[in-house]
Design a protein around this ligand. Structure first.
Ligand SMILES: NC(=O)c1ccc[n+]([C@@H]2O[C@H](COP(=O)([O-])OP(=O)(O)OC[C@H]3O[C@@H](n4cnc5c(N)ncnc54)[C@H](O)[C@@H]3O)[C@@H](O)[C@H]2O)c1
Length: 443
């Protein structure tokens, strides 16, 4: 009888952030042995105590279950992660941050550092998997860096495996992906990557060259950003013509060639992915001699959209000096504590620049918001936030804001003016309640 081979892969996941921790925990859930490594000792200590360093639905359950089963471990150095309790890593995933530089390019210095560490600690054939979002050709640089530091000439391959999870539904997205993209340059690496994802029975695995895989991620995020800016531009036309953007989006989205998702008008996209990935793709295109001007327009529409809210408040309150504006929601989207590139940061800064007083409240991201939003007064809850406010601005569509007692809100505010940047409420109901109510692209 043919001997069945061990399908389990020993994985070292470097970077235990939103992507690395979720991916590591989910790969353990798929049956692999995973060591999550982070150079932030605070994160590793928290994880060892069973405390999640980020807010992500279902993550704690998956982490605790797999720690208990002995499949998920934590370490504070790449060395320890690659040889952990006698288990040598077959694959090292790199999931560290790739923040934007001032010129829009991605800062890849953390990737370089990790690549050096991996090279110094390899003892047998290893697949180095690029999971962070990086510009095309980064895998070439990883390969060069590893070769330069690989004194013992240990065989290795570099693969690209971009991640498409969304914060807020990250565990679900990882375990039920639309597709898995794997860029490889050898059969040996392909075989290992297929073993990693084999337990995801339903997901198609798209195997491509390394460069195509790198480009798929940037092209996907840029396309999704384009859809958002497109519908926001349509919303602006709706506002000027009396059409309703929700009806327009529904009518468009039922066309299978267009699709219904990402056609929700609002105050623009934020977060750690879309703004920086769009910028990096634009930068990269110019570097290789192509002016991808569409991407610049997508960005400009998004920047303009953030000002939509300020403009609407000015339309109602005239001068903002000395007036109080209450921001309900600060995270870039609901179900996350992530404040990176959240539109609320720019919106609050614009109000402050115009002399307004800004009060803010977010049910989950408030602690992170306090670190990055200066000059804002943070409230205890939504009702406390709107107390005495001249205008209420709905910035993040948290479910709990949909259930707020509107009458109680109205008695707390100074003037019942609501600018809804996420089209959370029903315009007719809000007006019946007595609000002066403005939303995005709806009459
Ligand atoms: N956040 C998302 O929704 C998302 C989705 C898909 C892809 N991505 C991409 O994934 C990458 C990671 O994003 P993130 O949101 O997880 O970032 P993050 O900041 O949450 O996590 C990165 C982690 O890497 C650690 N780190 C940095 N340098 C290290 C080193 N030398 N050794 C060990 N650990 C190190 C940091 O301490 C941090 O915990 C980025 O390229 C991002 O664009 C993010």
């Amino acid at each position: 009888m043919k001997k069945t081979r061990n399908e389990k892969v020993n994985i070292c996941m470097v970077g235990a952030g939103y992507v690395g921790l979720v991916s590591g925990a989910c790969l353990a859930e798929l049956g692999h042995r995973v060591v999550c490594v982070d150079n932030d000792p605070r994160k590793i200590k928290m994880l060892e105590k069973g405390v999640m360093p980020i807010y992500e639905d279902d993550l704690e359950r998956v982490v605790k279950k797999n720690v208990k089963a002995g499949r998920l471990h934590f370490a504070s150095s790449v060395k320890e992660g690659m040889l952990h309790e006698g288990h040598r890593a077959d694959a090292v995933f790199i999931a560290v941050g790739t923040p934007p530089r001032d010129d829009g390019s991605a800062d890849l210095s953390a990737i370089e550092k990790v690549s050096e560490q991996v090279a110094l600690n390899m003892t047998d054939y290893t697949v180095i998997v690029e999971k962070s979002t990086v510009p095309v050709s980064t895998c070439d640089w990883i390969e060069k860096t590893v070769k330069r530091n690989n004194g013992r000439h240990i065989p290795f391959d570099v693969a690209s495996n971009p991640e498409f999870l969304r914060e807020g539904t990250a565990v679900w997205d990882f375990l039920e992906p639309d597709r898995v993209v794997v860029g490889v340059s050898s059969k040996r690496a392909e075989e290992l990557m297929r073993r990693v994802y084999k337990p995801l029975k339903k997901a198609p695995i798209v195997v491509t060259s390394v460069k195509s895989a790198e480009l798929i991620k940037h092209a996907s995020n840029s396309f999704l950003s384009t859809k958002i800016s497109f519908i926001n531009a349509v919303a602006n036309v709706c506002e000027r013509t009396g059409a309703n953007v929700e009806d327009v989006a529904r009518g468009m989205g039922l066309d299978k060639r267009i699709g219904a998702s990402f056609l929700k008008a609002g105050i623009g996209f934020g977060g750690f992915c879309f703004p920086k990935d769009l910028e990096a793709f634009y930068w990269l295109s110019r570097q290789v001699g192509y002016d991808f001007d569409l991407l610049k327009t997508v960005k400009d529409i998004n920047e303009g959209q953030k000002l939509w809210m300020v403009k609407k408040v000015e339309d109602e309150l005239w001068n903002l000096e000395g007036k109080t504006v209450a921001l309900l929601g600060l995270a870039f989207k609901p179900e996350t504590d992530d404040m990176r590139f959240a539109p609320s940061i720019d919106i609050a800064a614009e109000f402050l620049k115009r002399g307004a007083k800004v009060r803010g409240f977010d049910p989950v991201s408030q602690e992170n918001a306090m670190k990055v939003m200066k000059g804002v007064h943070f409230a205890r809850d939504a009702y406390d936030c709107v107390k005495g406010a001249d205008c209420v601005c709905l910035v993040t569509e948290w479910k709990e804001f949909a259930r707020l007692d509107q009458k109680k809100l109205m008695t707390a505010v100074k003037h019942p003016i609501m600018v809804d940047g996420r089209n959370l409420y029903d315009p007719a109901k809000m007006r019946d309640l007595g609000w002066t109510y403005k939303s995005v692209g709806r009459p």
